[in-house]
Design a protein around this ligand. Structure first.
Ligand SMILES: Cc1ncc(COP(=O)(O)O)c(C=O)c1O
Length: 449
């Protein structure tokens, strides 16, 4: 009887119907009335099923740093699939995983010499938080369990990530979250920082709030602090000048681990391989995902400093040192795609390219300042954000319309959060294409005035 009922319900769904897929972080009802469909991509552009060319102002979702459908990456995935489709990473290994781990460890600053692979930024964050807790346990400091995040931080959607994260809507519907979490204040202040290029001058002192949190809880209860060097998903908030150095000093003073969530800033977005390099600060762990293989196959991971790794490598040799991992950790296809993407980054000097283009990009995006409803513009590396004034009683509606009309009518893909437009094009972008983005944005922002 039950089988019959469910069979009947399934029959009512047309093949390839838009109803079945519950899209993540999407206004589903509105999407299904006016879908934004993507059929293919190449280089800097997406193409709709009707053939409309859409310039990618967002590197997909901050991930396609080498541009789309790069032949080298496609061929590497194809070749790997023919050779070895899957191999378990629990107690077994494959050459591509080791090659990639070595490559990433070389790319990372300081002694961030070890890599733990997973499949997304959310998993990378949960992994880093668990490593921090297990590390203190292994050191005999089992009371160090508290985790410190930051207001407006985004660390993915796992329970660990939303607990240390600071975006209200991502937290408020999901119960009591992890216990023992506290938050630093966010670093944005429009009065002090409006229309900033690069690191805002104002705000380093906000790192001292960590001293207040330590005074409240005592360092003997605090395992780690996690921050994004540039908070991306909340609307592009670059760390103020000196802020991350100050955080590092306070963490060192009190014996607290510092984790940089570089899921967005990793792989050239701010003009260096990792933002840690740009800021001259070496954290104890770096989480990465997205750009590691230019978004071609799901992959994430955590870079871990030598001392942390060494702490785990003791006890009987047949014993597992860390009871953590994923079926698809270091998946052969993801590793092959990543090795090919890393070759492109190196051969085409894409991180340096982002650095060289930073002032051109900043001039272009800040040139939108006088358009209607623009309240603030922030740029750093190849990232930009434009805050638009909210419509009365309809927070988010103006930017939502900008995103929709941008895609449907003007051929530009952008990210939005609230009434902020966020931009992060592939690092292969040309000056002419920066001009195209600005021209299209100008039309869109006027259209939603
Ligand atoms: C800083 C940061 N951490 C974690 C994540 C989560 O990554 P994922 O969506 O791959 O789980 C994101 C995603 O945008 C991010 O920006």
């Amino acid at each position: 009887m039950t089988a019959q009922i469910s069979r009947a319900a399934n029959d009512s769904l047309a093949p390839n119907d838009l109803e079945a897929w519950w899209l993540p972080f999407t206004a589903n009802r509105s999407f299904k009335q006016r879908p934004r469909m993507i059929a293919r991509a190449k280089g800097m552009y997406y193409y709709t099923p009707e053939g409309l060319e859409v310039i990618d102002g967002a590197a997909g979702l901050w991930c396609c740093n080498a541009g789309h459908n790069r032949d080298e990456i496609t061929q590497a995935i194809q070749a790997q699939a023919e050779e070895l489709d899957y191999s378990p990473a629990f107690q077994f290994g494959h050459a591509g995983g080791f090659a990639l781990a070595s490559r990433l460890a070389q790319l990372a600053p300081g002694d961030l010499n070890h890599v733990f692979f997973c499949n997304s930024g959310s998993e990378a964050v949960d992994t880093a938080l668990k490593v921090a807790l297990a590390y203190w346990n292994a050191k005999g400091h089992g009371s160090k369990t508290r985790l410190i995040g930051r207001e407006r931080g985004y660390h993915g959607v796992g329970f660990g990530g939303i607990s240390v994260g600071g975006i209200v809507k991502n937290r408020q519907f999901f119960g009591s979250l992890l216990a023992g979490v506290d938050h630093l204040p966010h670093t944005y202040n429009r009065e002090q920082q409006a229309f900033s290029r690069g690191e805002p001058e104002w705000g380093a002192h906000l790192a001292d709030e960590l001293e207040r949190i330590v005074a409240l809880h005592d360092a003997s209860t605090i395992a780690a602090v996690i921050v994004e060097p540039m908070a991306g998903s909340t609307g592009v908030l670059a760390a103020p000048k000196g802020y991350l150095k100050r955080l590092r000093e306070i963490c060192d003073k009190h014996g607290i681990l510092l984790i940089f969530d570089e899921v967005i800033t990793g792989f050239g977005r701010l003009g260096t391989a990792f933002a840690a390099e740009r800021y001259g600060v070496i954290p104890d762990m770096i989480t990465f995902a997205k750009g590691v293989n230019s978004g071609a196959v799901p992959m994430g991971g955590v870079l871990v400093r030598q001392g942390l790794y060494d702490t785990f490598m003791k006890g009987p040799e047949h014993m597992i040192e860390l009871f953590h991992g994923y079926t698809y950790s270091g998946h052969p296809l993801a590793c092959a795609a990543a090795l090919a993407a890393q070759d492109i980054y190196r051969d085409e000097k894409l991180f340096e390219r982002a650095k060289t283009l930073e002032p051109v990009w900043a001039d272009a995006i800040h040139g939108l300042k006088s358009l209607p409803n623009v309240l603030d513009i922030r740029t750093i590396g190849l990232v930009g954000a434009i805050d638009l004034a909210s419509r009365p009683d309809a927070v988010g509606a103006r930017a939502f319309e900008a995103m929709d009309r941008g895609f449907q009518d003007h051929g530009i893909m952008m990210r939005i959060t609230g009434d902020t437009i966020a931009l992060s094009p592939p690092l292969i972008i040309t000056e002419e294409q920066i001009g195209e983005i600005v021209e299209k944005l100008t039309k869109v922002i006027r259209a939603v005035a």
